[in-house]
Ligand binder design. Structure first.
Ligand code: HMG
Ligand code: MG
Length: 298
C-alpha cells in the first residue's frame, strides 16, 4: 500500500543553508534555486524571513526571493515567524507561507524566544493574514520525536500543537524530527495515532538524518500513506538552535530510493545531481549524501 507518487518539498535553500558556516552570496543562491526549478521539483522553500541576527545566512531573504526566476507550476515557499516576517514575505510574493513552532517548551523558547502559549496568538494572526492574502499556509511542528533539552515529547503534546495550528487554518502540517532521533518503530506508533486524528493528505514528515535513520523512517511512513516529505539536496542542513542536529535527509538519496521502489517523484535525477554539484562548489566541501559520494568518486 505504498503511494504511487510522492511529493518532495526541497528545503535546502532554507534548512540547508541556515546551518552552513559559509554564507553563499545572494546571486549564487539565485542561480542555484533557478537550477533547482529545472529539476522537476514542484515545491522549493527558498529562504526565511526571520531576524538576521538569529540566522545571518539568510539575511538576504528579500533579495533572493525577488531575484529568482519563477517557473510556473512550482510553489516557492518561505519560513515566517511573525507579522514582520509575513509582511516581507508578502512583499516578495512568496506563494506558500510556513509558520513554525516546537512541540516542546524549551526548544520553542531557544528557537523563537517565546513560550508555546505566547507563540499561538502570533501564529494565529500570521496564518489568518496569509490566508486572507490568498496564500497557502504550512505549519512546521518541531521536536515531534524528541527534544534536545527535554528528551521525549508526548504524542498528546504534539497533537495539541497540531490541533491548534489546524484550527487557525494551516493547510498542511510538517512534523519535524529536528534532531534525528526517531526510529521506525517510534514513527509507526506515532502515525498509528495520527491516522485516526488527521487527514493523511495534510501531513508531511521532515526527518533530519543525524543518526542515519531518515530513510528508514520515511519507508515506515510510506506504510501509513504519507506521501509528502521534506528533504535537502545533498543532505545540507540542521537547526542552529538544536545542538548536534545535522542535515535533512538528502533529496538525492530519497529520490534514488523512491525511484528504485517504482514510486514516482517527477524529479529528474541527472538534473538533481547537477544542482547538487553546483551548491557543493559554492560551499567548497563535499556534501554528505550517498549519491554525492558516488558522484564525487567518479
Ligand atoms: P525576538 O528578539 O523575540 O523578537 O525574536 P521581537 O519581536 O522581540 O523583536 C526584536 C527586534 O527584532 C525588533 O527590532 C523587531 O523589529 C525585529 P528592533 O525594534 O529591536 O529594532 N524583528 C525582525 N526583524 C526581521 N525579521 C523578522 C523580525 N521579527 C522581529 N521576522 C524572532 C523573535 C522569532 C524574530 C527570532 O527569535 C527569530 O528570528 N528566530 C528565528 C529562529 C530560526 O529561524 N530558527 C531556524 C528555523 S526553525 C527550524 O529550522 C526547524 C524546522 O526545520 C523543522 C524541524 O527541523 O523541526 C522548520
Ligand atoms: Mg529542519
Amino acid at each position: 500500500n505504498w503511494p504511487e507518487k510522492v511529493t518532495i518539498k526541497e528545503v535546502g535553500p532554507r534548512d540547508g543553508l541556515q546551518n552552513e558556516k559559509v554564507i553563499i552570496p545572494a546571486q549564487s543562491k539565485m542561480e542555484w534555486i533557478d537550477q533547482l526549478s529545472d529539476t522537476g521539483l514542484s515545491y522549493i522553500e527558498v529562504t526565511s524571513f526571520v531576524h538576521p541576527k538569529w540566522i545571518p545566512q539568510l539575511s538576504d531573504a528579500a533579495l533572493v526571493a525577488k531575484g529568482i526566476k519563477r517557473k510556473p507550476g512550482i510553489t516557492y515557499a518561505a519560513l515566517v515567524p511573525n507579522q514582520r516576517g509575513l509582511e516581507s514575505a508578502l512583499a516578495a510574493n512568496i506563494d506558500d507561507i510556513s509558520v513554525f513552532m516546537s512541540s516542546s517548551e524549551t526548544h520553542n523558547l531557544k528557537n523563537i524566544n517565546k513560550s508555546i502559549s505566547d507563540t499561538f496568538p502570533i501564529l494565529k494572526d500570521v496564518i489568518r493574514t496569509a490566508a486572507n492574502s490568498g496564500k497557502t499556509v504550512r505549519g512546521y511542528v518541531s521536536t515531534v520525536f524528541g527534544c534536545p533539552y527535554e528528551g521525549e515529547v508526548s504524542t498528546d503534546q504534539v497533537f495539541r500543537v497540531c490541533d491548534q495550528l489546524f484550527e487557525y487554518g494551516i493547510d498542511e502540517v510538517s512534523l519535524g524530527d529536528t534532531i534525528g532521533v526517531a526510529s521506525p518503530r517510534q514513527v509507526a506508533l506515532f502515525l498509528e495515532q495520527a491516522v485516526k486524528r488527521y487527514d493523511m493528505s495534510q501531513i508531511a514528515l521532515h526527518f533530519h538524518d543525524t543518526r542515519g535513520m531518515a530513510l528508514a523512517n520515511i519507508l515506515e511512513s510510506l506504510n501509513y500513506g504519507i506521501d509528502t516529505f521534506d528533504s535537502s539536496l545533498g543532505g545540507l542542513g540542521g537547526c542552529p538552535y538544536a545542538p548536534g542536529a545535522s542535515g535533512n535527509v538528502a533529496t538525492d538519496d530519497l529520490v534514488h530510493m523512491l525511484h528504485k521502489m517504482g514510486i514516482h517523484t517527477g524529479i529528474n535525477p541527472e538534473k538533481l545531481m547537477k544542482a547538487a554539484a553546483m551548491v557543493q562548489s559554492f560551499l567548497e566541501k563535499p556534501l554528505p549524501s550517498h549519491q554525492m559520494a558516488v558522484n564525487n568518486a567518479q
